[in-house]
Design a protein around this ligand. Structure first.
Ligand code: GDP
Length: 200
């Protein structure tokens, strides 16, 4: 599923400008700086497929990636990072609308991976996103990032605490995965989890 070369295929800033639903889709969401670009790059083995937050132009749109001409069974969608304080209210409202419309109308969207910094856990702003996903009845899984910043015992504790926090959320997949893009921790497991989701 992840063997071939990934390409950037589409960017949308408006809901009437989404690419055709040619394959199953998974989407990545998370606060700015959570390590979303790094994780997408680690999964796809591409160094700069998803640009880091330092490239503002690409961060305000939905970016679509696919293995063009190779295995086109899967499209990866990079959603705009949220919770960035310096962004004006108007922009936040525009993003929120785009995200809501996308989540509600995308029949081929199999799961949203909500990335949470393992050092910080689920914050209020993340809780709002989980609430949105629950309301839209979009299946999602929480993925902890930057796991290398914690000791083994702390890693286990944060996995457990996070799983407990989402236990009653209706659209949450119960298993929480801990990853590190820098150290490759949990990346094969994450790829396997994605493959299982698509096979379901
Ligand atoms: P994005 O804004 O969510 O796309 O986050 P980036 O991928 O740009 O990463 C934000 C910051 O977190 C950068 O300074 C990265 O070096 C750092 N970072 C990303 N992944 C990891 C990781 O696995 N471990 C650690 N310790 N830092 C990471």
């Amino acid at each position: 599923l992840f063997e071939g070369p990934w390409d950037f295929v589409w960017a949308s800033t408006r809901i009437d400008d989404l690419p055709p639903m040619v394959s199953q889709e998974i989407a990545f969401a998370g606060r700015s700086n959570v390590g979303k670009s790094s994780l997408i790059n680690a999964l796809t083995r591409r160094n700069a497929l998803a640009r880091t937050s330092h490239t503002p132009g690409r961060t305000q749109q939905l970016n679509f990636f696919r293995q063009v001409g190779y295995d086109e069974r899967l499209t990866i969608v990079d959603m705009p990072g949220y919770g960035y304080a310096a962004v004006g209210k108007e922009k936040v409202a525009a993003w929120t609308k785009l995200i809501h419309d996308y989540l509600r109308g995308r029949a081929n969207l199999m799961r949203v991976y909500v990335l949470i910094d393992a050092r910080h856990g689920i914050k209020d702003v993340d809780g709002d996103v989980l609430e949105t996903l629950d309301k839209a009845a979009v299946s999602y899984q929480v993925i902890l990032t930057k796991g290398d910043a914690l000791k083994k015992s702390e890693q286990e504790a944060v996995i457990e605490a996070t799983a407990e926090k989402i236990r009653r959320r209706p659209a949450a997949f119960p298993e929480v995965l801990l990853t590190s893009s820098e150290k490759g921790l949990g990346i094969p497991e994450f790829r396997a989890a994605i493959a299982r989701t698509l096979a379901e």
